[in-house]
Design a protein around this ligand. Structure first.
Ligand code: PZK
Length: 286
C-alpha cells in the first residue's frame, strides 16, 4: 500500500512532502520573508516564479551536474524530485562581497579561509568566484566554515565534486544573468548523493530566494546594493518604522504589485520566456 504526500519538512516559505520511498514534492508558496521574518501578506505567483526559474536552470545545467528534478506539476509551484541523502553543508559561491562574506572580510581579511586582496569595498566584484561553504543551522543563520571543515563533514571525494560543481554552476549562471542585466552576486546550492553515490544538485537553485540578484544598471560598489526582487518590500517596511520583530507589517496593494512585477521581470529576463506562457504550460521552461 502506498501513502501519498506525507509532510516531511517546512522551510520558511516552502514545504516538502514524501510521495513514496524515493520521491519528494517540493512546494513553493507565495510567502515572502524580509529581515528574516515571514510576512502575513503573500506575493501572488512568487512560488511559481521560483519553481519555474529553478526548473529552467536544472534543464540547462544537467551537463554540469545531474539534478533531482523529475517533473514539474501543472500547478507551476510543485517539483517532483528524487529523494537523496543530503550533504551536511550549504554550498555557497560568491562572486561579489556581500552579506556574511563582507562582514567576515571586514573583520579578518578572509572569507572561509580565502585570503582576499586588501582594500576591497562592500559589494566589490571578487577577482575570482570563491566557494564559501556553511553549516546548516536548524534555526538562525548558517555558519561559514573553511574548506577543510567542509571536507571533513562531507568526505574528500564528495566535497571536491560538490565544490567543482558549485563553482561551474555559478560561472554558467552568472554569465547568463549578467548578459541579461542581472548580477548574480552569490548563491547557495544544496547537493545530495543518489543511491549510486553520484553527487546530485537538489533543492531550488539560482532563484532570488537562494541567491542575491542585483540590477546591473545601478551597480555601484562601496555600499549595499538594492535587491532585484525585494527592495520595494524592504524599503516600505523600513519606512513604517517596524522594529523587525514578528509579525511584520501587512503590505499595501501597490507594494505587492510592484514586488510581483519584479519577480516576473527576473523570470522573463533570465528565461526569455513570457511568464504567461509558463502559467499556461509550466513545461515550457524545460
Ligand atoms: C531536502 N531540504 C531543504 C527545502 C524545506 C526544506 N531531493 C531531496 N532529497 C532529500 N532531502 C531533500 C531534498 C531536496 N530538495 C531538502 N530538506 C530536505 C528544504 C524546502 C523546504 F522545508
Amino acid at each position: 500500500m502506498t501513502v501519498d504526500a506525507v509532510h516531511v519538512a517546512s522551510g520558511k516559505v516552502r514545504e516538502i512532502y514524501a510521495l513514496g520511498e524515493d520521491t519528494l514534492a517540493l512546494v513553493a508558496s507565495d510567502r515572502i520573508s524580509t529581515f528574516d521574518v515571514v510576512l502575513a501578506t503573500q506575493i501572488p505567483d512568487k512560488g511559481r516564479v521560483l519553481t519555474g526559474l529553478s526548473a529552467f536552470w536544472f534543464a540547462r545545467t544537467r551537463e554540469i551536474v545531474p539534478n533531482h528534478l523529475l517533473e514539474i506539476r501543472e500547478d507551476g509551484r510543485t517539483m517532483v524530485c528524487q529523494r537523496l541523502e543530503m550533504l551536511p553543508i550549504e554550498c555557497v559561491v560568491r562572486g561579489y562581497l556581500a552579506g556574511s562574506g563582507w562582514s567576515d572580510y571586514r573583520r579578518t581579511g578572509s572569507v572561509c579561509g580565502h585570503g582576499l586582496p586588501a582594500g576591497l569595498e562592500e559589494s566589490a566584484r571578487l577577482p575570482e568566484p570563491i566557494f564559501t561553504p556553511a553549516t546548516k543551522a536548524t534555526e538562525g543563520h548558517d555558519l561559514n566554515i573553511d574548506e577543510e571543515e567542509a571536507e571533513r563533514l562531507c568526505g574528500t571525494e564528495r566535497f571536491l565534486t560538490a565544490k567543482q560543481a558549485s563553482l561551474a554552476l555559478y560561472r554558467f549562471a552568472s554569465a547568463h544573468a549578467e548578459a541579461r542585466g542581472i548580477i548574480l552576486a552569490d548563491t547557495k546550492f544544496e547537493l545530495g548523493v543518489d543511491p549510486e553515490g553520484t553527487v546530485v544538485l537538489a533543492d531550488e537553485a539560482l532563484t532570488p530566494d537562494s541567491s542575491r540578484f542585483w540590477p546591473a544598471d545601478s551597480y555601484q560598489p562601496g555600499r549595499p546594493q538594492p535587491s532585484f526582487d525585494k527592495q520595494y518590500v524592504r524599503d516600505w517596511c523600513e519606512a513604517t518604522g517596524w522594529d523587525k520583530a514578528s509579525p511584520g507589517p501587512e503590505l499595501p496593494d501597490d507594494v505587492v504589485a510592484g514586488t510581483r512585477a519584479r519577480y516576473v521581470e527576473a523570470f522573463e529576463r533570465l528565461t526569455e520566456i513570457p511568464f504567461a506562457d509558463y502559467l499556461a504550460r509550466p513545461g515550457v521552461v524545460l
